[in-house]
Design a protein around this ligand. Structure first.
Ligand code: IPE
Ligand code: IPE
Ligand code: MG
Length: 258
């Protein structure tokens, strides 16, 4: 449930945000927003800092987006935290990120509980260090009863690998005689993805100006609206998410019809 207009006004206090808020329609909020959080490295190098500090600043931006999503009445927020291709980075950066996940999940559990956020991790656990995986599993367990916002964290996630995995599961079901080939429908594939039960994203945001999908939710974003900003992820503030939503609300989604 979206907050009352008065609480939105308390949340969006700057003049620019207030102006955007005047164009926000609480009746047509995207149910699911997915974010490709890009630009942490550039944010850090602009300041002469190690990349890991860019990721740390990026974690704060996630916190701000969670709070904003709750205020706006968004039900599902998916954040791309580590792609299956990100293993190509230096050992230092990868292990810095894996440790940061543990640190942030532990530090934020109380807040997640207070705010009613349910965390779900999507992606493959293969190769993810055990302390990182167990921090996610603990957070998933504790936050399972929360219903205000579902936060899907894409960790070691790749869209193609996810589709291949679904194909494998369906092939096994056919081989075992539990399913006939004719029953392999779009719905059956959706049900075998890690996002089973979650509505497809309505809006995909990418920061740092790159205009690509980078193997994110390939199946699920078939008809999502895309919104790209030059803002680097650590600088992404509540007003940026509000702007994305307001712009989304002015799009005409046709799904192939007229
Ligand atoms: C996104 O920021 C975060 C992850 C991929 C983990 P980057 O680290 O890709 O930042 P840039 O693109 O190098 O600036
Ligand atoms: C996409 O960003 C992955 C995440 C945000 C986790 P990348 O920085 O890895 O994507 P490319 O390499 O620019 O396509
Ligand atoms: Mg990048």
């Amino acid at each position: 449930m979206a907050r009352t207009p008065t609480s939105l006004e308390a949340f969006f206090t700057s003049r620019a945000d207030r102006e955007l808020l005047g164009r926000f329609d609480a009746q047509s909020v995207p149910r699911h927003v997915a974010i490709i959080m890009d630009g942490n490295g550039r944010w850090a190098s602009k300041r002469g800092l190690p990349r890991v500090l860019g990721h740390k600043a990026g974690a704060k931006a996630i916190k701000e987006s969670i709070a904003t999503a709750i205020e706006l009445g968004i039900e599902f927020l998916t954040v791309y935290s580590f792609s299956s291709e990100n293993w190509r980075r230096s050992v230092e950066e990868v292990s810095g990120l894996m440790n940061l996940f543990v640190e942030v999940l532990e530090a934020e559990l109380d807040n997640l509980m207070r705010e009613g956020v349910r965390v779900r991790v999507i992606g493959s656990d293969a190769g993810v260090p055990e302390p990182t995986m167990s921090a996610f599993h603990r957070t998933e367990q504790c936050t399972a009863p929360n219903t205000r916002l579902t936060l899907l964290v894409a960790l070691n996630y790749g869209g193609r690998a996810e589709i291949a995995e679904a194909a494998r599961a369906l092939a096994e079901a056919v081989a075992d005689g539990r399913l006939s080939p004719g029953e392999i429908s779009e719905a059956a594939i959706s049900e075998h993805l890690s996002t089973a039960g979650v509505p497809d994203p309505d809006l995909v945001i990418r920061t740092s100006g790159e205009m690509r999908i980078s193997n994110f939710l390939l199946w699920q974003i078939a008809y999502a609206e895309l919104w790209v900003t030059a803002v680097l992820w650590p600088d992404f503030k509540r007003g940026d998410l509000l702007r994305a939503v307001v712009d989304y609300q002015r799009r005409s989604r046709r799904f192939g019809g007229r």
